[in-house]
Design a binder for this molecule. Structure first.
Ligand SMILES: Cc1cc2nc3c(=O)[nH]c(=O)nc-3n(C[C@H](O)[C@H](O)[C@H](O)COP(=O)(O)O)c2cc1C
Length: 352
Protein backbone atom coordinates (compact mmCIF):
# COMPACT_ATOMS: atom_id res chain seq x y z
CA UNK A 1 0.00 0.00 0.00
CA UNK A 2 1.60 3.27 -1.09
CA UNK A 3 0.35 6.74 -0.31
CA UNK A 4 1.12 6.95 3.40
CA UNK A 5 3.71 9.75 3.23
CA UNK A 6 2.89 13.47 3.12
CA UNK A 7 5.30 16.32 2.42
CA UNK A 8 8.50 16.79 0.49
CA UNK A 9 11.21 17.96 2.88
CA UNK A 10 9.27 17.98 6.15
CA UNK A 11 7.67 14.58 5.72
CA UNK A 12 5.32 12.54 7.82
CA UNK A 13 4.63 8.84 7.31
CA UNK A 14 1.58 7.56 9.18
CA UNK A 15 0.70 3.97 10.05
CA UNK A 16 -1.93 2.06 11.97
CA UNK A 17 -5.57 1.04 11.94
CA UNK A 18 -8.61 2.00 13.93
CA UNK A 19 -8.74 -1.26 15.93
CA UNK A 20 -5.08 -2.35 15.79
CA UNK A 21 -2.61 -2.07 18.68
CA UNK A 22 -1.57 1.48 17.92
CA UNK A 23 -1.37 4.24 15.35
CA UNK A 24 1.69 6.35 14.82
CA UNK A 25 4.07 8.11 12.55
CA UNK A 26 7.60 9.03 11.61
CA UNK A 27 8.47 12.67 11.00
CA UNK A 28 11.51 13.22 8.85
CA UNK A 29 13.05 16.62 8.14
CA UNK A 30 12.44 18.30 11.49
CA UNK A 31 15.47 20.47 12.30
CA UNK A 32 17.55 19.89 15.41
CA UNK A 33 17.18 22.25 18.38
CA UNK A 34 13.43 22.83 18.64
CA UNK A 35 12.38 22.81 22.30
CA UNK A 36 9.14 20.89 22.09
CA UNK A 37 6.11 22.09 24.00
CA UNK A 38 4.49 18.75 24.91
CA UNK A 39 1.49 20.44 26.52
CA UNK A 40 0.63 22.07 23.19
CA UNK A 41 0.90 18.72 21.40
CA UNK A 42 -1.46 17.14 23.96
CA UNK A 43 -3.84 20.07 23.64
CA UNK A 44 -4.10 19.51 19.87
CA UNK A 45 -4.75 15.81 20.47
CA UNK A 46 -7.47 16.62 23.00
CA UNK A 47 -9.20 18.83 20.45
CA UNK A 48 -9.34 15.90 18.01
CA UNK A 49 -9.95 12.98 20.35
CA UNK A 50 -13.21 11.03 20.42
CA UNK A 51 -15.55 11.24 23.39
CA UNK A 52 -14.77 14.91 24.12
CA UNK A 53 -18.46 16.03 24.07
CA UNK A 54 -21.97 14.70 23.51
CA UNK A 55 -22.00 15.76 19.83
CA UNK A 56 -19.12 13.49 18.75
CA UNK A 57 -18.47 9.73 18.85
CA UNK A 58 -18.54 8.27 22.36
CA UNK A 59 -15.50 6.02 21.83
CA UNK A 60 -13.28 7.00 24.77
CA UNK A 61 -9.63 7.30 23.84
CA UNK A 62 -7.09 9.26 25.91
CA UNK A 63 -4.92 9.60 22.78
CA UNK A 64 -1.63 9.98 24.63
CA UNK A 65 1.36 10.19 22.34
CA UNK A 66 4.49 8.20 23.17
CA UNK A 67 7.63 9.50 21.47
CA UNK A 68 10.13 6.79 20.57
CA UNK A 69 12.96 8.69 18.92
CA UNK A 70 14.29 11.99 17.61
CA UNK A 71 13.99 13.87 20.91
CA UNK A 72 16.61 14.29 23.64
CA UNK A 73 16.19 16.35 26.83
CA UNK A 74 13.02 17.84 25.34
CA UNK A 75 14.77 19.07 22.18
CA UNK A 76 14.49 17.66 18.67
CA UNK A 77 17.76 16.10 17.50
CA UNK A 78 17.27 16.34 13.73
CA UNK A 79 16.82 12.55 13.47
CA UNK A 80 13.49 10.90 12.59
CA UNK A 81 10.82 11.48 15.24
CA UNK A 82 8.97 8.21 15.77
CA UNK A 83 5.79 8.12 17.84
CA UNK A 84 2.80 5.93 18.66
CA UNK A 85 -0.69 6.42 20.09
CA UNK A 86 -2.16 3.24 21.55
CA UNK A 87 -5.75 2.17 20.84
CA UNK A 88 -7.48 1.46 24.14
CA UNK A 89 -11.27 1.60 23.74
CA UNK A 90 -11.95 -0.39 20.59
CA UNK A 91 -15.02 -2.65 20.58
CA UNK A 92 -14.10 -4.79 17.63
CA UNK A 93 -17.07 -7.15 18.08
CA UNK A 94 -19.35 -4.31 16.95
CA UNK A 95 -18.03 -4.88 13.44
CA UNK A 96 -18.29 -8.67 13.14
CA UNK A 97 -21.78 -8.40 11.62
CA UNK A 98 -20.49 -6.27 8.75
CA UNK A 99 -17.34 -8.31 8.12
CA UNK A 100 -18.40 -9.39 4.66
CA UNK A 101 -20.77 -6.63 3.71
CA UNK A 102 -20.09 -3.06 2.77
CA UNK A 103 -21.49 0.06 4.36
CA UNK A 104 -22.92 2.24 1.59
CA UNK A 105 -20.76 5.34 0.92
CA UNK A 106 -17.96 4.13 3.21
CA UNK A 107 -14.69 2.71 1.90
CA UNK A 108 -15.43 -0.96 2.72
CA UNK A 109 -16.25 -1.92 -0.88
CA UNK A 110 -13.29 -0.20 -2.54
CA UNK A 111 -10.75 -1.40 0.07
CA UNK A 112 -12.03 -4.97 -0.22
CA UNK A 113 -11.94 -4.95 -4.03
CA UNK A 114 -8.46 -3.40 -4.12
CA UNK A 115 -6.71 -5.24 -1.27
CA UNK A 116 -8.93 -8.33 -0.61
CA UNK A 117 -7.32 -8.78 2.81
CA UNK A 118 -8.18 -5.84 5.03
CA UNK A 119 -8.79 -4.98 8.65
CA UNK A 120 -12.54 -4.28 8.45
CA UNK A 121 -12.87 -3.36 12.15
CA UNK A 122 -13.92 0.26 12.44
CA UNK A 123 -12.83 0.96 8.88
CA UNK A 124 -9.23 -0.13 9.56
CA UNK A 125 -6.79 2.06 7.67
CA UNK A 126 -9.61 4.06 6.06
CA UNK A 127 -10.84 5.20 9.47
CA UNK A 128 -10.31 8.83 10.43
CA UNK A 129 -8.46 7.52 13.47
CA UNK A 130 -5.42 7.71 11.18
CA UNK A 131 -5.63 11.52 11.43
CA UNK A 132 -4.41 11.34 15.05
CA UNK A 133 -0.87 10.96 13.64
CA UNK A 134 -1.32 13.98 11.39
CA UNK A 135 -2.32 16.04 14.42
CA UNK A 136 0.90 15.09 16.27
CA UNK A 137 3.04 16.03 13.24
CA UNK A 138 0.98 19.17 12.64
CA UNK A 139 1.40 20.25 16.27
CA UNK A 140 5.20 20.09 15.82
CA UNK A 141 4.95 21.97 12.49
CA UNK A 142 2.85 24.63 14.25
CA UNK A 143 5.62 25.11 16.82
CA UNK A 144 8.15 25.53 14.01
CA UNK A 145 5.87 28.05 12.28
CA UNK A 146 5.80 30.20 15.42
CA UNK A 147 9.41 31.13 14.57
CA UNK A 148 7.94 32.87 11.50
CA UNK A 149 4.98 34.25 13.49
CA UNK A 150 2.60 32.31 11.24
CA UNK A 151 -0.82 31.83 12.81
CA UNK A 152 -3.34 29.18 11.70
CA UNK A 153 -6.95 29.28 12.93
CA UNK A 154 -9.75 27.02 11.76
CA UNK A 155 -13.38 27.04 12.87
CA UNK A 156 -16.73 25.55 11.93
CA UNK A 157 -18.47 28.05 9.65
CA UNK A 158 -21.46 25.98 8.55
CA UNK A 159 -23.47 22.96 9.69
CA UNK A 160 -26.19 21.85 7.29
CA UNK A 161 -28.09 25.07 6.49
CA UNK A 162 -26.74 27.09 9.45
CA UNK A 163 -24.08 29.51 8.19
CA UNK A 164 -21.69 31.99 9.77
CA UNK A 165 -21.36 35.41 8.06
CA UNK A 166 -18.52 35.63 5.53
CA UNK A 167 -16.33 38.34 7.10
CA UNK A 168 -13.78 36.57 9.30
CA UNK A 169 -12.19 39.87 10.35
CA UNK A 170 -15.17 40.50 12.62
CA UNK A 171 -14.83 37.15 14.41
CA UNK A 172 -13.30 36.68 17.84
CA UNK A 173 -11.02 33.65 17.35
CA UNK A 174 -10.53 33.35 21.12
CA UNK A 175 -14.11 32.04 21.31
CA UNK A 176 -13.59 29.08 18.95
CA UNK A 177 -12.81 26.68 21.79
CA UNK A 178 -15.60 28.04 24.02
CA UNK A 179 -18.20 25.66 22.59
CA UNK A 180 -17.91 21.96 21.66
CA UNK A 181 -18.89 22.71 18.04
CA UNK A 182 -15.93 25.12 17.54
CA UNK A 183 -17.88 27.97 15.96
CA UNK A 184 -16.76 31.39 17.28
CA UNK A 185 -20.28 32.89 17.11
CA UNK A 186 -21.67 31.59 20.41
CA UNK A 187 -25.35 32.08 19.54
CA UNK A 188 -24.97 30.29 16.23
CA UNK A 189 -22.89 27.61 17.95
CA UNK A 190 -25.82 26.88 20.31
CA UNK A 191 -28.11 26.44 17.30
CA UNK A 192 -25.57 24.18 15.60
CA UNK A 193 -25.32 21.97 18.70
CA UNK A 194 -29.12 21.58 18.86
CA UNK A 195 -29.17 20.83 15.14
CA UNK A 196 -26.46 18.14 15.43
CA UNK A 197 -28.25 16.61 18.43
CA UNK A 198 -31.43 16.35 16.39
CA UNK A 199 -29.59 14.17 13.86
CA UNK A 200 -27.73 12.23 16.56
CA UNK A 201 -30.98 11.25 18.32
CA UNK A 202 -32.42 10.00 15.04
CA UNK A 203 -29.24 7.97 14.39
CA UNK A 204 -28.49 10.15 11.39
CA UNK A 205 -25.55 12.40 10.42
CA UNK A 206 -25.02 15.92 9.08
CA UNK A 207 -22.14 17.70 7.28
CA UNK A 208 -20.84 21.24 6.99
CA UNK A 209 -17.92 23.56 6.22
CA UNK A 210 -14.72 24.47 8.08
CA UNK A 211 -12.98 27.77 7.30
CA UNK A 212 -9.25 28.18 7.92
CA UNK A 213 -7.34 31.48 8.10
CA UNK A 214 -3.53 31.56 7.82
CA UNK A 215 -1.94 34.87 8.80
CA UNK A 216 1.56 36.36 8.48
CA UNK A 217 2.72 34.10 5.65
CA UNK A 218 5.79 35.78 4.12
CA UNK A 219 5.71 36.69 0.44
CA UNK A 220 7.17 34.01 -1.86
CA UNK A 221 6.03 30.67 -0.41
CA UNK A 222 4.94 28.24 -3.15
CA UNK A 223 6.61 26.82 -6.23
CA UNK A 224 5.82 26.74 -9.94
CA UNK A 225 4.24 24.77 -11.64
CA UNK A 226 2.90 21.59 -10.07
CA UNK A 227 3.80 22.58 -6.52
CA UNK A 228 1.70 25.71 -6.27
CA UNK A 229 0.87 26.55 -2.68
CA UNK A 230 -2.89 26.28 -3.18
CA UNK A 231 -2.45 22.96 -5.04
CA UNK A 232 -0.64 21.47 -2.05
CA UNK A 233 -3.20 22.89 0.38
CA UNK A 234 -5.95 21.40 -1.77
CA UNK A 235 -4.28 17.99 -1.76
CA UNK A 236 -3.77 18.20 2.00
CA UNK A 237 -7.42 18.99 2.67
CA UNK A 238 -8.85 16.53 0.15
CA UNK A 239 -6.79 13.76 1.77
CA UNK A 240 -8.86 14.13 4.96
CA UNK A 241 -11.64 11.58 5.38
CA UNK A 242 -15.14 12.69 4.34
CA UNK A 243 -13.93 15.87 2.59
CA UNK A 244 -15.93 16.63 -0.53
CA UNK A 245 -14.81 20.11 -1.49
CA UNK A 246 -12.01 22.67 -1.18
CA UNK A 247 -11.85 26.31 -2.16
CA UNK A 248 -9.49 29.17 -1.37
CA UNK A 249 -9.89 32.90 -1.81
CA UNK A 250 -13.09 33.86 -3.61
CA UNK A 251 -13.46 30.21 -4.71
CA UNK A 252 -16.73 29.41 -6.44
CA UNK A 253 -18.07 32.88 -5.63
CA UNK A 254 -15.39 34.26 -7.99
CA UNK A 255 -17.37 32.81 -10.90
CA UNK A 256 -20.28 35.10 -10.17
CA UNK A 257 -18.71 38.57 -10.21
CA UNK A 258 -17.11 40.51 -13.06
CA UNK A 259 -13.35 40.95 -13.41
CA UNK A 260 -13.40 44.65 -12.63
CA UNK A 261 -14.94 43.85 -9.23
CA UNK A 262 -12.80 40.78 -8.64
CA UNK A 263 -9.30 42.28 -9.10
CA UNK A 264 -7.39 43.00 -5.88
CA UNK A 265 -6.24 46.61 -6.32
CA UNK A 266 -2.84 47.43 -4.81
CA UNK A 267 -2.27 49.83 -1.97
CA UNK A 268 1.05 51.72 -1.95
CA UNK A 269 2.88 49.14 0.20
CA UNK A 270 2.19 46.10 -2.01
CA UNK A 271 -0.75 44.85 0.04
CA UNK A 272 -4.16 44.87 -1.63
CA UNK A 273 -7.46 46.58 -0.84
CA UNK A 274 -9.45 43.39 -1.28
CA UNK A 275 -8.23 39.79 -1.04
CA UNK A 276 -10.21 37.72 -3.54
CA UNK A 277 -6.90 36.00 -4.39
CA UNK A 278 -6.89 34.45 -0.91
CA UNK A 279 -3.26 35.38 -0.30
CA UNK A 280 -1.92 33.33 -3.24
CA UNK A 281 -1.21 34.49 -6.81
CA UNK A 282 0.37 32.19 -9.38
CA UNK A 283 0.73 29.57 -6.67
CA UNK A 284 2.97 31.87 -4.56
CA UNK A 285 1.97 33.68 -1.36
CA UNK A 286 1.61 37.46 -1.70
CA UNK A 287 1.72 38.33 2.00
CA UNK A 288 -2.04 38.73 2.46
CA UNK A 289 -4.08 36.32 4.60
CA UNK A 290 -4.60 32.87 3.11
CA UNK A 291 -8.16 31.71 3.66
CA UNK A 292 -9.73 28.46 2.59
CA UNK A 293 -12.87 26.43 3.06
CA UNK A 294 -13.27 22.67 3.35
CA UNK A 295 -16.60 20.87 2.82
CA UNK A 296 -17.36 17.69 4.82
CA UNK A 297 -20.15 15.33 3.89
CA UNK A 298 -22.70 13.86 6.29
CA UNK A 299 -20.79 10.66 7.08
CA UNK A 300 -21.93 7.18 6.13
CA UNK A 301 -22.43 5.24 9.35
CA UNK A 302 -26.00 6.00 10.20
CA UNK A 303 -27.70 4.01 12.94
CA UNK A 304 -30.57 3.02 10.75
CA UNK A 305 -31.24 -0.03 8.70
CA UNK A 306 -29.45 0.35 5.44
CA UNK A 307 -29.26 -1.83 2.34
CA UNK A 308 -25.96 -2.88 0.83
CA UNK A 309 -25.31 -3.70 -2.79
CA UNK A 310 -26.45 -7.33 -2.67
CA UNK A 311 -29.74 -6.11 -1.21
CA UNK A 312 -28.92 -7.46 2.25
CA UNK A 313 -30.19 -5.34 5.12
CA UNK A 314 -27.44 -4.18 7.45
CA UNK A 315 -27.48 -2.45 10.80
CA UNK A 316 -24.22 -0.84 11.81
CA UNK A 317 -23.34 -0.94 15.50
CA UNK A 318 -20.34 0.82 17.01
CA UNK A 319 -19.91 4.43 18.12
CA UNK A 320 -19.88 7.02 15.40
CA UNK A 321 -19.75 10.75 14.84
CA UNK A 322 -23.14 12.33 14.08
CA UNK A 323 -21.14 15.27 12.66
CA UNK A 324 -17.37 15.11 12.14
CA UNK A 325 -16.73 18.84 11.87
CA UNK A 326 -15.97 19.73 15.52
CA UNK A 327 -13.22 17.08 15.60
CA UNK A 328 -11.95 17.96 12.13
CA UNK A 329 -10.98 21.56 13.06
CA UNK A 330 -7.57 20.57 14.53
CA UNK A 331 -7.00 18.21 11.57
CA UNK A 332 -7.43 21.10 9.11
CA UNK A 333 -5.02 23.20 11.16
CA UNK A 334 -2.52 20.31 11.29
CA UNK A 335 -2.61 19.77 7.51
CA UNK A 336 -2.24 23.53 6.90
CA UNK A 337 0.78 23.62 9.22
CA UNK A 338 2.39 20.62 7.50
CA UNK A 339 2.06 22.28 4.08
CA UNK A 340 3.27 25.70 5.25
CA UNK A 341 6.32 24.42 7.09
CA UNK A 342 7.25 22.04 4.27
CA UNK A 343 7.04 24.86 1.74
CA UNK A 344 8.97 27.32 3.90
CA UNK A 345 11.67 24.66 4.14
CA UNK A 346 11.86 24.47 0.34
CA UNK A 347 12.04 28.22 0.01
CA UNK A 348 14.94 28.45 2.44
CA UNK A 349 16.89 25.78 0.59
CA UNK A 350 16.39 27.59 -2.69
CA UNK A 351 17.29 31.06 -1.48
CA UNK A 352 19.74 30.87 1.41
C1 LIG B 1 -12.89 13.33 12.49
C2 LIG B 1 -13.61 12.36 11.59
C3 LIG B 1 -14.43 11.38 12.14
C4 LIG B 1 -15.11 10.49 11.33
N1 LIG B 1 -15.99 9.61 11.89
C5 LIG B 1 -16.78 8.85 11.09
C6 LIG B 1 -17.80 8.02 11.64
O1 LIG B 1 -18.01 7.98 12.85
N2 LIG B 1 -18.54 7.28 10.78
C7 LIG B 1 -18.35 7.31 9.41
O2 LIG B 1 -19.06 6.66 8.68
N3 LIG B 1 -17.38 8.08 8.88
C8 LIG B 1 -16.61 8.85 9.67
N4 LIG B 1 -15.66 9.65 9.10
C9 LIG B 1 -15.46 9.63 7.64
C10 LIG B 1 -14.91 8.33 7.09
O3 LIG B 1 -13.62 8.04 7.61
C11 LIG B 1 -14.88 8.43 5.56
O4 LIG B 1 -16.10 8.90 5.10
C12 LIG B 1 -14.59 7.08 4.94
O5 LIG B 1 -13.26 6.70 5.19
C13 LIG B 1 -14.81 7.09 3.41
O6 LIG B 1 -13.98 8.03 2.81
P1 LIG B 1 -14.51 9.29 1.98
O7 LIG B 1 -15.78 9.76 2.62
O8 LIG B 1 -13.41 10.31 2.12
O9 LIG B 1 -14.73 8.83 0.58
C14 LIG B 1 -14.95 10.57 9.91
C15 LIG B 1 -14.12 11.55 9.36
C16 LIG B 1 -13.46 12.45 10.18
C17 LIG B 1 -12.60 13.51 9.56
Amino acid sequence: MAGNIFGKLFRVTTFGESHGHALGGIIDGCPSGLKLNFEEINNELNRRKPGQSSIVTQRKESDEVIFLSGIFDGFTTGTPIGFIIKNKDHNSKDYFNIKNIYRPSHSDFTYYKKYVIRDYRGGGRSSARETVSRVVAGAIAKQLLKIYNILIKAYVSSIGGLNLSENYNKLDFSKIENTPVRCPDIQLAEKMIKYINKFRKKGDTIGGIITCIIKNVPIGIGEPVFDKLHAELGKAMLSINAVKGFEYGSGFYGTKIKGSNHIDKYKNNGSTKTNFSGGIQGGISNGMDIYLKVAFKAVATIKKKSINFNKKKIFVKGRHDPCVLPRAVPIIEAMSALVLYDYIHMYKILLF
